[in-house]
Design a protein around this ligand. Structure first.
Ligand SMILES: [Fe+2]
Length: 443
């Protein structure tokens, strides 16, 4: 669609086009899976891959069916594929492949409901081009972003599939040469604006992005670049995984019980390490950011006598300006484009830190958005004035348990629409499969 055509099309048409584009993205991802691997469970804490094939469609269907006046034709599948899992106390799923329906039946279900949803959305858009009735515009945004989020988290799962269980789309390029020298940057005291104002005409945001709130952040220092695999190797060689004093009680329990001695993406190779990239094992790329769990990032920070940034500190470093104003993105007000960072599905893997100087923040901090989410030390909590979405009450509220931590920024597989300032992501501190990096702060 040309920009002129996009300007002339209705809100309903634009949302429908975005939904179709998100579907293309998720369909592509399932083509990465070897046909014989659809019932595999690459991550023990998550469902088998077949669940996600049904879930992306059933979610849209369960969300939009009633507002669009459509009727269920397979209530059992509507329920089976309704929600994913995130066990917090170690209870892993025990279902077997035979417990799941055949791929043919799942694909038939998906196609039938897509056809019905398409007709329903077209019909609703014909009667109400701005989709104000029944909150349909917001519901479609939820469907689109939910699908794009899964297009990323599904990548975390497929990343863990053995090489012969997926069909290579791309071979990682040789790592870029080192381009950076780590520096500590001073961020003066100032205000960070988190969240979105709840008002008519506000842009779409998830329930946890509301309401807007301002936080006074005392002066601090932050590392210009992310901690790299080279840095993390030093932590490892200094016995970082054996030093009890560097880990929280829960973190120590986690690495001890799983006998962890290195990040999940690292593969031991004799006396050295290789790296599990999405489609190939490669020599450890020393200048790529270290993708690690929150527990590992926190232990590293303690090892260097620093800590992870709080959510507000991260905001301040990313969006603050020396004159006290704030930007929409670290680099300014322009929307995300490829020179600003490694995001929006440009690549399957990270690149060397410091590869996108055009994306630096006003204070000079590099790679804040893209190339991997960034861990903060802030537990995931509601902002003042939080109200759960009535149509999806558990989206955020189920995770306000002190056992999940906020991540900001975005990864190579994060869609551009979710790189907005107010977007918040969260995971458990010992979930090691996320494309998440970190940097340290001190006062
Ligand atoms: Fe989901």
């Amino acid at each position: 669609m040309t920009s002129t055509a996009a300007e002339q099309s209705s809100h309903a048409d634009q949302l429908f086009a975005r939904l179709q584009s998100a579907r293309t993205r998720s369909d592509e991802l399932f083509r990465v899976v070897h046909p014989g691997a659809l019932y595999d469970r690459p991550v023990p804490e998550r469902h088998r891959i077949i669940f996600y094939l049904g879930h992306l469609e059933a979610f849209d269907w369960n969300l939009l069916r009633e507002p669009l006046g459509l009727s269920s034709f397979h209530p059992q599948f509507d329920q089976l594929f309704a929600f994913g899992i995130d066990p917090v106390e170690g209870g892993l799923p025990t279902d077997q492949p035979k417990d799941w329906p055949s791929e043919t039946r799942v694909r038939e279900y998906c196609q039938r409901l897509r056809d019905q949803l398409n007709a329903g959305i077209k019909d609703a858009g014909g009667k109400d081009p701005e989709l104000r009735r029944l909150d349909l515009g917001r519901l479609l945004n939820v469907a689109i972003e939910h699908r794009l989020m899964h297009s990323e988290t599904l990548c975390y799962m497929l990343h863990q599939l053995q090489g012969n269980r997926k069909l290579a789309q791309h071979t990682p390029p040789a790592p870029f040469p080192p381009t950076h020298i780590q520096r500590s940057l001073a961020i003066p005291e100032g205000t960070a604006t988190l969240g979105l104002p709840r008002k008519d005409g506000a842009p779409f945001g998830w329930d946890n992005e509301f309401e807007e709130n301002r936080v006074l952040v005392p002066a601090f220092r932050i590392e210009m670049f992310n901690v790299t695999n080279r840095d993390f190797l030093q932590f490892l060689r200094d016995g970082g995984y054996e030093r009890r004093d560097l880990w929280t009680d829960a973190g120590w329990k986690w690495i001890s019980s799983e006998k962890r001695q290195a990040p999940t993406f690292w593969v031991p190779k004799g006396n050295t390490w290789s790296y599990r990239a999405m489609f190939a094992e490669i020599p450890l790329p020393l200048d790529w950011p270290a993708y690690v769990s929150h527990d590992e990032a926190s232990a590293y920070a303690r090892w260097v006598g620093k800590e992870l940034p709080s959510e507000a500190e991260w905001h301040r470093a990313a969006y603050g300006m020396p004159d006290g104003t704030e930007r929409a993105y670290p680099w300014g007000s322009d929307g995300p484009s490829p020179e600003h960072g490694n995001f929006d599905f440009q690549r399957w893997d990270p690149v060397s830190v410091g590869s996108y100087p055009a994306g630096n923040s006003a204070f000079g901090v590099a790679d804040l958005v893209g190339n991997g989410w960034e861990w903060t030390r802030s537990p995931f909590e509601p902002f003042p004035g939080f109200q759960a979405f009535p149509f999806y009450p558990g989206y955020s509220a189920n995770f306000f348990d002190g056992k999940h931590f906020v991540m900001k920024g975005g990864s190579p597989r994060t869609a551009a629409c979710m790189l907005r300032r107010s977007f918040r992501n969260w995971f458990q501190p010992h979930y090691p499969y996320v494309y998440a990096k970190f940097r340290c702060v001190e006062r």
